[in-house]
Design a binder for this molecule. Structure first.
Ligand code: PLP
Length: 401
């Protein structure tokens, strides 16, 4: 049986493949530490789990749910946006609960992209933007991000390209999608208000619909920022958010899209044909999670801050260069000369030191000379990784003598 044309050029997700390789090495008796993936290892707040337990024990919570989620969840999402981002949203019309931000990326592409439409994605960037756009039939337009420009898009350069491709004149057609994500994964770059203002102005000028993916704003960052807090942003942008990272609920699959009523209605038209709502006890527990006090985020960040120090140690051992002010669940670092690229360093570490670190190239060619280390392992595991890398380096020295 032949797979559909739309799967051409779409490989299995990198981590799905890599996890199989790691599993095989473990079966051979190797003790591999995986510092690759950004899945929080800590549990959600105990009150959140209590709500799930109590609610799921009730007899009347097991039916299909509405496509837009229950009011209690949407109200909690609206309060969360108001409290932390200072953004006012109508819980009835401007919020769409999602089964994670990842599904929102696909739904938005399926809602707006016609065959051959340009979709702009960051390089380096979260691989799902690229694959979702391709699956929807888009003509992929990658925009490069560079360390010298603080990993922000070069608007001047992009403006010239957009003028040439002349897609700015849209007569009645949908605007082109432009994916953005700050705090940026994988580089950890924080947004600034000024940058967001420029982005909104750029979207207006070139008639883009900005899709801002914002799952990391609470991690190692004291001032969460939403693109929708910028004047006029709702006219040109939607924002995706998630409970995966900030509430330690990655496996629960709860996210949200926020934006103008028209955008929420558009995406719901597609989504309501794909799934049949979210398990009610999960929605109620998620509402609880969104109401957690500041101390929840502070405690979480204290743990990540201590882990980050260990990751800095590890990166110093590898002679990598890195910026210490990164937000999110990872540290992004430039590899030293002596390796072909991040894949080379990653492979050597996996097979010779039993430590897996993500090569930056999986986020696009602009990440080739970088690696990304996850903070989702305990301090002990991180220390153990440093030890394994030291042992490997000592071994290498002896071989060279
Ligand atoms: C930038 C970015 N967006 C979205 C996601 C997916 O989030 P969710 O669990 O809400 O689908 C991730 C997860 O790794 C991510 O790094």
């Amino acid at each position: 049986m032949q797979t559909a044309k739309r799967l051409e050029g779409i490989g299995e997700y990198y981590f799905s493949q890599k996890l199989r390789e790691i599993e095989a090495l473990r079966k051979d008796g190797k003790n591999i530490i995986n510092l690759g993936i950004g899945s929080p290892d800590l549990p959600p707040h105990e009150e959140v789990i209590r709500v799930l337990q109590e609610e799921s024990a009730k007899p009347n919570v097991h039916a299909y749910q509405g496509y837009k989620g229950v009011p209690m969840l949407r109200n909690a999402m609206a309060s969360w946006y108001e409290r932390w981002y200072g953004v006012d949203l109508d819980p009835e019309t401007e919020i769409l609960p999602l089964i994670g931000s990842k599904e929102g990326i696909m739904h938005i592409c399926m809602t707006y992209v016609n065959e051959g439409d340009p979709v702009w994605v960051p390089n380096p960037g979260y691989p799902t933007y690229r694959s979702a756009a391709k699956l929807a039939g888009a003509s992929l337009m990658e925009y490069d991000l560079h360390e010298e420009n603080h990993w922000f898009p070069d608007f001047e350069r992009l403006g010239k390209i957009m003028k040439v491709s002349n897609h700015g004149s849209v007569s009645g057609r949908m605007r082109n999608l432009f994916f953005v994500n700050y705090p940026h994964m994988p580089t950890g770059q924080l947004p600034t208000k000024k940058f967001f203002e420029e982005l909104v102005a750029f979207a207006k000028k070139y008639d883009l619909l900005i899709v801002h993916d914002n799952p990391y704003s609470f991690i190692l960052n004291e001032a969460p920022l939403s693109l929708l807090s910028i004047d006029g942003a709702k006219d040109v942008a939607v924002e995706l958010n998630s409970l995966s990272k900030s509430q330690n609920m990655a496996g629960w699959r709860v996210g949200l899209m926020v934006g103008a009523k028209e955008r929420v209605d558009d995406v719901l038209r597609f989504k309501s044909n794909m799934d049949s709502g979210m398990f009610l006890p999960i929605q109620l527990a998620a509402a609880k999670a969104l109401n957690l006090p500041k101390s929840w985020y502070d405690e979480l960040n204290n743990i990540y801050r201590l882990r980050r120090e260990k990751v800095f140690d590890l990166l110093r051992k590898l002679n990598c260069q890195f910026n210490k002010d990164q937000a999110g669940l990872f540290i992004w670092a430039k590899i030293p000369s002596g390796y072909v690229d991040g894949f080379d360093l990653s492979d050597q570490l996996l097979h010779q030191a039993n430590v897996f670190i993500t090569p930056g190239g999986i986020f696009g060619p602009a990440g080739n000379q970088y690696i990304r280390v996850s903070l989702c392992s305990s301090e002990e595991k991180l220390e153990e990784s440093v030890g394994k890398i030291s042992a490997f380096q000592n071994n290498q020295k002896h071989h060279h003598v």
